[in-house]
Design a protein around this ligand. Structure first.
Ligand SMILES: Cc1ncc(COP(=O)(O)O)c(C=O)c1O
Length: 257
């Protein structure tokens, strides 16, 4: 990807790209989605944005008007609620089932009168994967040339990293299992553990205490009221960092008891 970005810059592809994105990248992404998402997609369905935050901001600010109801799962990535608030909308959080999958009855009730439903797969912070999904996704030409290389020729790297994340997740799970009072989650994608702890303290306080033990994690409450009592741990880290991080986590939790 770096070589493709470099070659593209050298070739002078530094001008504005078409507003919807480079046609070759949109075609390649449509083919990839058609092959992987189980729903046919064409280039006309694809819009290239500068990452997830820019895409979500454009979509939510474009769709949501003041007073509109927007349904989001609870817990979920905190950006969605912040963007809805910026647009003047009202966030309707839908508590997930205890296994962190959808509670479809509650979801159906909440969707009544809603303008928008924000659905992300796999889920940050829980690592849960929902079984069917579709997603759409303006950006510097050279970045898109590099992205095209990623889509067309990085399958092996993706497979390698997927296997590495699986191993890291197992490593983290095994190490966390030795800590008393933690109920582990069962991530199906992404790279997060979302364990529940049994200490009677808000997650913001637990996170602050853990920081003094040299480990930084995210408080579950950051992802919604139903995230309270949980911690979000990322295993996008080296095996050594995972082992050492969990060791510090264990020491920090034990000092809170
Ligand atoms: C669920 C989710 N949505 C959106 C984003 C933001 O994406 P980006 O970093 O591409 O702006 C993230 C980043 O971690 C995320 O986990």
């Amino acid at each position: 990807m770096t070589a493709a970005a470099h070659a593209s810059l050298r070739a002078g592809r530094t001008h504005y790209s078409p507003l919807l994105g480079e046609p070759a990248l949109r075609e390649a992404l449509a083919a990839m989605l058609t092959a992987t998402a189980g729903t046919p997609a064409s280039a006309a369905d694809i819009l290239i944005t500068q990452g997830g935050t820019a895409g979500l901001s454009a979509s939510i600010l474009g769709i949501v008007n003041p007073g509109d109801k927007v349904v989001v799962p609870d817990p979920t990535y905190s950006l969605y609620g912040d963007l809805v608030a910026m647009a003047g909308g009202t966030v309707v959080p839908v508590p997930l089932a205890p296994d962190l999958h959808w509670d479809l009855d509650r979801l159906a009730d909440a969707l009544d009168g809603a303008k928008l439903f924000v659905f992300c797969n796999p889920v940050n912070p829980t690592g849960i994967v929902h079984s069917r999904e579709a997603f759409n996704g303006s950006v510097g030409t050279f970045v898109q040339d590099a992205a095209l290389v990623a889509v067309e020729s990085c399958d092996e790297d993706v497979a390698r990293m997927r296997a590495a994340y699986e191993k890291r997740g197992e490593l983290m799970r095994g190490e966390l299992a030795t800590i008393p009072g933690l109920t582990l989650s069962a991530p199906e994608g992404a790279f997060y553990q979302f364990p529940r702890y049994d200490i009677d303290l808000p997650s913001v306080e637990v996170v602050a205490a853990l920081r003094t033990h040299g480990v930084a994690v995210r408080p579950g409450s950051e992802f919604g009221a139903c995230g309270e009592g949980h911690l979000r741990l990322s295993y996008a880290a080296s095996p050594q960092s995972i082992t050492e991080g969990v060791r510090r986590l264990a020491a920090g939790l034990s000092a809170l008891r």
